[in-house]
Design a protein around this ligand. Structure first.
Ligand code: ATP
Ligand code: MG
Length: 149
């Protein structure tokens, strides 16, 4: 088991150089102290792939909020951006290997979300996509299984 907030702090720090380079403001907005069962290296890759996307598919001078939430409902990781977002009819496909939304401004191999999904599956976690909290962008939510003492 590992503390999800510590992991998020580390991954956000790892991506600070890329965020600075892209002039995107990346921050850990909420970091509830909570344990999850899991493999640290794998979970770092999962969160890293989500943050990498949020940075690459957001315009400059926007904000990306990463949150670790432990509330009455669930334990979850959230990455909220105000970038291009993903159209509703594409949301089912972006988890397929090599699938990329047409006209993506960025180059990539289309593997990041497939890998993230696989790692989530290994942890019995769910990944869902929804509209960003702002009027644009995407919110990716990873919900961990309930295993509270
Ligand atoms: P890589 O393998 O380098 O991650 P990729 O970013 O293209 O390549 P995925 O991370 O699997 O691959 O993402 C698949 C597609 O989903 C992307 O090509 C992009 O079109 C879309 N996408 C993913 N995350 C976001 C996001 N935060 N905002 C907008 N579009 C996104
Ligand atoms: Mg990616």
């Amino acid at each position: 088991p590992l503390f999800l907030d510590d992991l998020a702090r580390n991954v956000v720090a790892d991506f600070a150089p890329l965020a600075a380079n892209r002039h995107v403001d990346l921050g850990l907005t909420r970091a509830d102290h909570v344990l999850v069962a899991g493999a640290e290296e794998a979970l770092r890759i999962l969160l890293g792939n989500l943050i990498d996307n949020a940075i690459r598919y957001s315009p400059t001078n926007t904000r990306i909020d990463v949150s670790v939430v432990n509330d009455a409902k669930t334990v979850r990781l959230e990455v909220n951006d105000t970038g291009t977002g993903i159209a509703l009819n594409e949301r089912g496909r972006v988890f397929d290997r090599f699938y990329r939304v047409l006209n993506s401004a960025e180059s990539g191999s289309g593997l990041g979300l497939a890998i993230a999904k696989r790692i989530a599956d290994q942890h019995q976690a769910d990944i869902t996509l929804s509209d960003g909290d702002g009027d644009m962008g995407l919110k990716v939510i990873v919900t961990f299984p309930e295993n509270r003492e």
